[in-house]
Design a protein around this ligand. Structure first.
Ligand code: CP
Length: 316
């Protein structure tokens, strides 16, 4: 059993092994215990400086990373593209290298362009953590999702996970598919055909267009957010209306009760209440939506701690 990650950066789940993911989970178990103490802080990263670069909006991921860094005693600098020199034409590499010149060790970055984190890892001398790159990957979201399933059901292997909605624009879906499959779960996708990538079945997932059938199959239903900001025109380019989407692919209490078993309800947030899930479903006893958010801090602490362990440094 290794105590080191196989990678120097966290760019996506695709590059991680199942052993890496299990190591992150074991490490997060320890940090969850820390987070439940009166003093929720350890000195592990007190010699490191971490920059959070957010070129796209975020609430959960940004706050969760910042809390994780502070709980590990790292020095933290926050950058968001609004109000920065990016608007004056500065390139991504120049922006990051200027920040690194101020002696930053790790960069956590969210960016609207797929591949931005990989690009950065090849051009700057720091550990890079992908906090979501366009429609590509959102690795810490998938890790916290799988960790939350493990916590709720006691295992991930053999669990049937349904991912519903806007698969086409979702970095959460792709990272979840990779993560769940590496851990031995079965994955089914459900959503409008216009929001389903054409060759998605080649990833080894099942595709079921009928939500009621899909819900009867699964143990866990992860209801994705409709990514209105990544769709054309007024935001609704791929289905007639939000009302019609909610009727066919949304989860309300009546549909949930028709399943006839205790399906675990998940959502990566932010929720469009009344579209992907109704309030009664979001706040249902079988919903683990807020557990996902809580577990995000422990998972991000684990990722940062394990990546920092691979930085040559002298402590003391
Ligand atoms: N789940 C997620 O990435 O949420 P934010 O966009 O608020 O970070």
């Amino acid at each position: 059993m290794s105590d080191q990650l196989s990678t120097e950066h966290l760019l996506g789940i695709k590059a991680l092994s199942a052993e890496d993911i299990e190591l992150i989970f074991r490490t997060a178990d320890g940090f969850k215990e820390v987070l439940n103490r009166p003093i929720k802080k350890v000195p592990s990263l007190r010699d490191l400086t971490i920059a959070n670069l957010f070129f796209e909006n975020s609430t959960r991921t940004r706050i969760s990373f910042e809390l994780a860094e502070k709980r590990l005693s790292a020095d933290v600098v926050n950058f968001s593209s609004g109000g920065s020199s990016v608007s004056k034409g500065e390139t991504l590499v120049d922006t990051v290298n200027n920040i690194l010149a101020m002696k930053v060790d790790m960069v956590v970055m969210r960016h609207p362009d797929p591949g931005a984190a990989v690009f950065l890892s090849r051009h700057v001398n720091a550990r890079i953590v992908n906090a979501g790159d366009g429609t590509h990957e959102h690795p810490t979201q998938a890790l916290l999702d799988a960790y939350s399933i493990r916590e709720k059901l006691g295992r991930v292997k053999g669990v049937k996970v349904l991912i519903v909605g806007d698969i086409l624009h979702s970095r959460v879906a792709l990272s979840n598919i990779f993560c769940l499959q590496k851990l031995g779960a079965e994955v089914m996708l459900c959503g409008p055909s216009t929001l389903m990538p054409r060759h998605i079945a080649t990833l080894g997932v099942k595709v079921e267009p009928d939500l009621d059938k899909a819900l009867r199959w699964c143990d866990v239903a992860n209801m994705l957010r409709i990514q209105l900001e990544r769709q054309g025109g007024d935001g609704i380019g791929n289905f007639p209306s939000l009302r019609e989407y909610a009727m066919r692919y949304g989860l309300d209490l009546e549909r949930y009760q028709r399943i006839g078993k205790d399906v675990v309800i998940m959502h990566p947030g932010p929720i469009n209440r009344g579209v992907e899930v109704t309030t009664q479903v979001a706040d249902h006893a079988n919903s683990i939506i807020l557990d996902q958010v809580e577990n995000g801090v422990a998972i991000r602490m684990a990722v940062l701690y394990l990546l920092a362990a691979r930085i040559p440094r002298s402590v003391g």
